[in-house]
Design a protein around this ligand. Structure first.
Ligand code: DUC
Ligand code: ZN
Ligand code: ZN
Length: 459
């Protein structure tokens, strides 16, 4: 046996039990009590949780956006992810307007393959849907890319899809079985509010949030859900931030549509008061931070299953990049880091505060994303035959989050000074250690592209 993890508390979405796990050839080959002690490496996980590796299904590494490029490349970004207990990321390949989907996948794999230290998959972020490209979709699915993101906003940035295109992709998703991911904000209204604020000289960071009030998301989510129900398509709303959007999703789920929702740690734990601080622009992302009421509603949405996943929208811009909009919020590149802090923050604020169980944490950070994005049962579970993507999590490990002890290339943390209790201490990808007792032992380029199959609906 290559690796034996002994005496840990193994966590699944439905159960927590004491067991040893044996690994050979990158796969889990044994789970049980008192497995034979012989292995090339034996790690004692007594008093620790043993989790299926986290899957962060929403990252933006090396992404050109708003006149600049996210600073975490696939090496820095996946190293940070590994320290946070993530073993697979799903990154958005943004379609250059003149490129086909297959060319876009090639472009993104060219950036990622030489650098990733954990496994990764790709979503296709559609910016220019043509009839020829719709015909290309079956080939994209065969290439292992089974999810397509459409943006309702970002018209000026060249990313927006109109309702007709969204409708047609949802029709195709029903026919071919893929998942449509939707960034839901009402573009016309937010552009109108931005223009009005700018004309009145209201340019500070708080006006980013004031230009995108809750209903801007709620209405767009409603519209997306109606289109999904009308077509019978498969819809996944990314980065949900509002109680209004959550209520719309709950209603459409109750009506039987195949629709899902994702939220992010920052929408669960931070509020729009951050925009009032002198460095408020660091917190500019879209949709923006909301109120305490929204935070709590989203925690409830996770606990009751309305929301299926937590992802990070890891999209890193340095202080200097954020300063492009020092005097004008519309020039601040949108995005915040998150992939390293997702599981520690969820554990401390969710499990630690009894908002969710550790089993729910595993469900929304590993099992559900694996099912929805066609990675299951290869990933997202600790089962015999699955990839040995395993995290040892020490529930007693205390740490104050700071730019000084995090691994992204970014030069600040949105959680500076935030105290967490509970940290991943070992991260194994296909049985190979990437983080070992909080030390990096991984290798650039050792991660693999994971071709995905069509999504599996959640019960
Ligand atoms: N939102 C962000 O904040 N950044 C990248 C893209 C997005 O949708
Ligand atoms: Zn988005
Ligand atoms: Zn995003």
């Amino acid at each position: 046996m290559d690796l034996l993890i002994k005496n840990g508390n193994v966590v699944t979405p439905t159960d927590t039990f004491k067991a040893d796990i044996g690994v050979e050839g990158g796969k889990i080959v044994a789970i049980g009590s008192d497995l034979p002690k012989k292995a090339k490496d034996v790690v004692d996980a007594k008093g620790k949780y043993v989790l299926p590796g986290g899957i962060d299904p929403h990252t933006h590494m090396e992404m050109p956006f708003m006149g600049t490029t996210t600073v975490d490349d696939f090496e820095y970004g996946t190293t940070a992810a590994a320290f946070g207990g993530i073993t697979t990321i799903l990154d958005f390949a943004i379609q250059p307007k003149d490129k086909t989907f297959l060319d876009t996948i090639k472009l993104w794999r060219g950036k990622a393959d030489p650098k990733v230290v954990i496994d990764y998959g790709i979503h296709l972020a559609v910016t220019n849907l043509t009839e020829d490209l719709v015909k290309e979709i079956p080939k994209v699915l065969s290439a292992g890319v089974c999810s397509f993101k459409l943006f309702m906003p970002y018209r000026k940035e060249g990313l927006m899809s109109d309702d007709g295109r969204i409708y047609s992709m949802l029709e195709e998703s029903r026919r071919l079985g893929f998942l449509v991911q939707l960034h839901a904000e009402n573009n016309a209204v937010l552009e109108f509010l931005i223009e009005r604020n700018v004309a009145a000289g209201r340019l500070s960071a708080e006006y980013h949030a004031k230009s995108r009030p809750n209903f801007v998301e709620g209405e767009a989510i409603h519209r997306g859900l109606v289109l999904a129900a009308a077509t019978g398509g498969n819809l996944y709303i990314v980065h949900m931030s509002t109680k209004e959007g959550l209520a719309e999703l709950a209603l459409m789920k109750a009506m039987g549509a195949n629709v899902y929702g994702e939220t992010c740690p920052h929408y669960l734990t931070l509020t729009d008061e951050k925009y009032l601080s002198p460095k408020g622009r660091r917190y500019i992302m879209s949709p923006p931070l909301r109120s305490k009421d929204d935070n709590e509603a989203l925690w409830c949405g996770l606990a009751d299953g309305t929301l299926s996943t937590v992802a990070t929208d890891h999209c890193t811009f340095t202080n200097a990049q954020k300063d492009m909009g020092k005097d004008n919020f519309t020039k601040v590149p949108n995005g915040v880091p998150g992939t390293e802090t997702m599981i520690p923050v969820l554990y401390s604020q969710g499990v630690g505060q009894k908002r969710i169980s550790i089993n729910k944490m595993v469900e929304v950070t590993s099992y559900n994303p694996a099912k929805l994005f066609g990675l299951y049962p290869r990933k997202g579970t600790l089962n015999i035959g699955s990839d040995a993507d395993i995290v040892i999590f020490d529930p007693k490990f205390e740490m104050e989050l700071s730019v000084k002890n995090l691994h992204s290339k970014i030069d600040y943390s949105i959680y500076e000074g935030f105290k967490v209790k509970g940290m991943p201490t070992y991260t194994f990808v296909r049985g190979k250690p990437v983080v070992y007792d909080r030390k990096f032992v991984g290798k650039k380029g050792s991660g693999k592209f994971v071709p995905r199959t069509k999504h599996q609906p959640l019960e």
